[in-house]
Design a protein around this ligand. Structure first.
Ligand code: 5GP
Length: 138
């Protein structure tokens, strides 16, 4: 599959679609997932146009994982979950739904069921508040 320049994350990067930004630098952007699997669920993406781990330039991947580590630490500080999951899906068979490379950073709680693709969109005000909490912990 070739990279679709109109995928939703490419449009977010271009500012055509709003998102709740947590952090950004020259190479990466972190923002709240619109259908969080837990409060604080954040996505980290490279600015480079790569659909998955296979097509990402190594430098872009390195920058993305650096930002992912930073965001994970901030989420841990802000939400204090007993666990934290990093997930990155490649291809339809893995359940990837947006074809711009992204890392999920998701707080996890013992005994709380988890479905990577379940859950409703949440209120924008709540996402805004969660983004502010993570930003304050960076
Ligand atoms: P994937 O299934 O490809 O690993 O993850 C895609 C993620 O993008 C999902 O968790 C989904 O909730 C999130 N998502 C889909 N559309 C949007 C959107 O328009 N804005 C934001 N912030 N997240 C989105």
């Amino acid at each position: 599959m070739s990279y679709d320049t109109d995928n939703i994350f490419a449009r977010i990067l271009r500012g055509e679609i709003p998102c709740h930004r947590v952090y950004e630098d020259a190479d990466t952007l972190a923002f709240m997932d619109i259908m969080p699997k837990a409060p604080g669920h954040t996505l980290v993406i490279p600015r480079a146009s790569a659909e998955d781990i296979f097509s990402a330039p190594p430098e872009a991947l390195a920058a993305t994982i650096r930002t992912t580590q930073r965001i994970a630490a901030a989420i841990r500080k802000a939400f204090d979950p007993p666990g934290l999951m990093i997930a990155q899906l490649n291809g339809l068979g893995a359940g990837q739904t947006v074809f711009h490379l992204h890392f999920h950073v998701i707080p996890r709680y013992s005994g709380v069921d988890f479905d990577m693709h379940g859950g409703p969109k949440v209120d924008s005000a709540m996402l805004s508040a969660h983004a502010a909490r993570i930003r304050a912990a960076l």
